[in-house]
Design a protein around this ligand. Structure first.
Ligand SMILES: *Cc1c(COP(=O)(O)O)cnc(C)c1O
Length: 401
C-alpha cells in the first residue's frame, strides 16, 4: 500500500493508541520550529511543564522526554534503582510483562505476582497480594512496587490508591512506580493524592498527540532515591533536566513541535475540564460494553469494578480468529482495531474509545464492528449498535455548545 493512499472519508483509528490527533493539535504542531535556547521557547516550556502537572494532579516536577513511552519506563527504573535490586511487579497483561522484561534486561530482579495463564489477564492488580508479599519482606529488600494503571492489552484499570494503602499497611518503604501511559487524561489519576513516586506516561493515548514524547512525574522520595540509585544513566538522568526545566529549557534539544501540540492538548483537556473528560470516557466505555454484551461476546476484563474507560477488549468465540475479523473490518470499512497481544493473540480484539472520541465516533465504530463481525461469520445474539444507541440516548450530558 502506498503511504499517500487516502480513501474517501476519514480513517477510523480505533486502536487504544496512537489515538486520532485532532486538527487543532496538528495545526499547532505546524508552527515554525524555534530556537530552543531563545526567549520565546522558555514561555512554551514553562507553559507545558506547568500545565501537565494539572493533568497528573501533582505539584511536583514532571519530566518530559523526547521518547516513546518505553523510554519513560526505562527512565523510571534507571533513576531510582541499582543492579540487583528486587522489585515487585504485577502481571496484568502484555505491557506489565514488557516492563518486567525491561527490568530484567537492566539487571533488576523483578518478582512477578498475579494469576497464572490467561485468567490473570482478566483482572486488575490485587493489592492484598502485594501487602502480603511486602509483609514477608521484613529485611526490606524489595525496593519498588511497579504496576500498570491502565493495562492497554486487556482493558483493565487497576486501583492505584489500593496499592498505596497496601504498601503503607505493610509499613514497607518500597517506592511505588506506576505506568499510566494509556490512562492519563482518560481515566482519573492522582499522582500526589495516591502517593505515587514515579508516574510514567506517554503522548499518543489520552493526550491525543502523535507518538514521540513521554513523561515521568516524580515525588520528593523518588528524587531522593535517585541520589543513591546506581543503574547507569545519562540521557534519562532527572537531576539536570529538573534543574534546567525551572527556567523552561532542556539540557538537549526537546521536541519543539510536539510541545506546541502538548500546549494545545492542555488547552483542550483543561478547557473541557478533567472531570468532564473522565465522564465522557466513562460514558463511551459503558456504551461500548452495552454493545458487546448485546452481541453476546465476552469482555476480556472479568471484574466490572476495573473496566477500562479507555478501551474494551472483546473476546471472539472459539474457532474465530480475532485478527481475521479485524482484517475484514480494516479492508471493508477502513477502520483499525487493536490486535490481541501476547497470550491473547488471535483470541480478542480491542476497541479504543479514548482521546478525541465522541458519541457518534463510537456509534460509527460499533457499526463497523457489528457489520464486520457478521461478515466474518460470527453469530451475534443481538444488535450492539441498537443497544448502545438506547444507552447513549438515555444519558444526560450537561456540557455541550
Ligand atoms: C502504549 C503503552 C506502552 C508503550 O509505549 P510506547 O510509546 O509504545 O513506547 C507501555 N505501557 C502501556 C500501558 C501502554 O499503553
Amino acid at each position: 500500500m502506498k503511504l499517500d493512499f487516502h480513501p474517501a472519508g476519514r480513517h477510523f483509528l480505533q486502536i487504544p493508541g496512537p489515538s486520532p490527533v485532532p486538527d487543532r493539535i496538528l495545526r499547532a504542531m505546524s508552527y515554525p520550529t524555534i530556537d530552543h535556547r531563545g526567549p520565546e521557547f522558555a514561555e512554551l516550556g514553562l507553559k507545558v511543564l506547568t500545565g501537565i502537572k494539572q493533568v497528573f494532579k501533582t505539584t511536583q516536577p514532571v519530566i518530559i522526554y523526547p521518547a516513546s513511552g518505553t523510554g519513560a519506563w526505562e527512565a523510571a527504573l534507571c533513576n531510582t534503582l541499582s543492579a540487583g535490586d528486587k522489585v515487585l511487579m504485577f502481571e496484568t497483561g502484555h505491557f506489565a510483562t514488557l516492563w518486567k522484561k525491561m527490568a530484567e534486561s537492566l539487571g533488576i530482579e523483578p518478582e512477578f505476582l498475579g494469576l497464572p495463564g490467561i485468567e490473570g489477564w482478566r483482572y486488575g492488580v490485587d493489592a492484598d497480594k502485594i501487602e502480603a508479599r511486602l509483609r514477608r519482606d521484613t529485611a526490606h529488600s524489595i525496593k519498588a512496587v511497579c504496576v500498570v494503571h491502565n493495562e492497554t492489552s486487556t482493558g483493565v484499570t487497576s486501583d492505584i490508591a489500593s496499592v498505596r494503602k497496601a504498601i503503607d499497611a505493610a509499613g514497607h518503604p518500597a517506592l511505588l512506580l506506576v505506568d499510566t501511559i494509556s490512562g492519563l487524561a482518560s481515566a482519573d489519576y492522582r499522582h500526589d493524592e495516591w502517593g505515587v513516586d514515579v508516574t510514567v506516561s506517554g503522548s499518543q493515548k489520552g493526550l491525543m498527540l502523535p507518538p514521540g514524547i513521554s513523561f515521568n512525574a516524580v515525588s520528593a522520595k523518588a528524587v531522593a532515591a535517585s541520589q543513591n540509585a546506581r543503574l547507569p544513566r545519562s540521557f534519562w538522568a532527572w537531576d539536570e533536566i529538573i534543574e534546567m526545566n525551572k527556567t523552561g529549557y532542556w539540557p538537549y534539544t526537546p521536541n519543539t513541535n510536539l510541545l506546541y501540540g502538548l500546549s494545545e492538548a492542555l488547552d483542550m483537556i483543561l478547557g473541557e475540564g478533567l472531570d468532564n473528560v473522565f465522564a465522557r470516557h466513562n460514558r463511551l466505555a459503558q456504551a461500548c460494553r452495552t454493545a458487546v454484551n448485546a452481541w453476546g461476546l465476552p469482555i476480556q476484563c472479568a471484574d466490572p469494578s476495573v473496566y477500562s474507560p479507555v478501551l474494551t477488549g472483546v473476546m471472539t468465540p472459539d474457532g474465530v480468529d480475532a485478527d481475521q475479523v479485524r482484517k475484514v473490518i480494516y479492508e471493508r470499512f477502513d477502520m483499525s482495531l487493536g490486535t490481541g497481544l501476547g497470550k491473547m493473540k488471535g483470541r480478542m480484539f480491542r476497541i479504543g474509545h479514548l482521546g478525541d472520541c465522541n458519541d457518534l465516533t463510537l456509534m460509527a465504530t460499533l457499526a463497523g464492528c457489528e457489520m464486520g463481525l457478521q461478515m466474518a461469520g460470527v453469530k451475534l445474539s443481538g444488535s450492539g449498535v441498537a443497544a448502545a444507541m438506547d444507552f447513549i440516548g438515555s444519558q444526560h450530558v450537561p456540557f455541550q455548545r
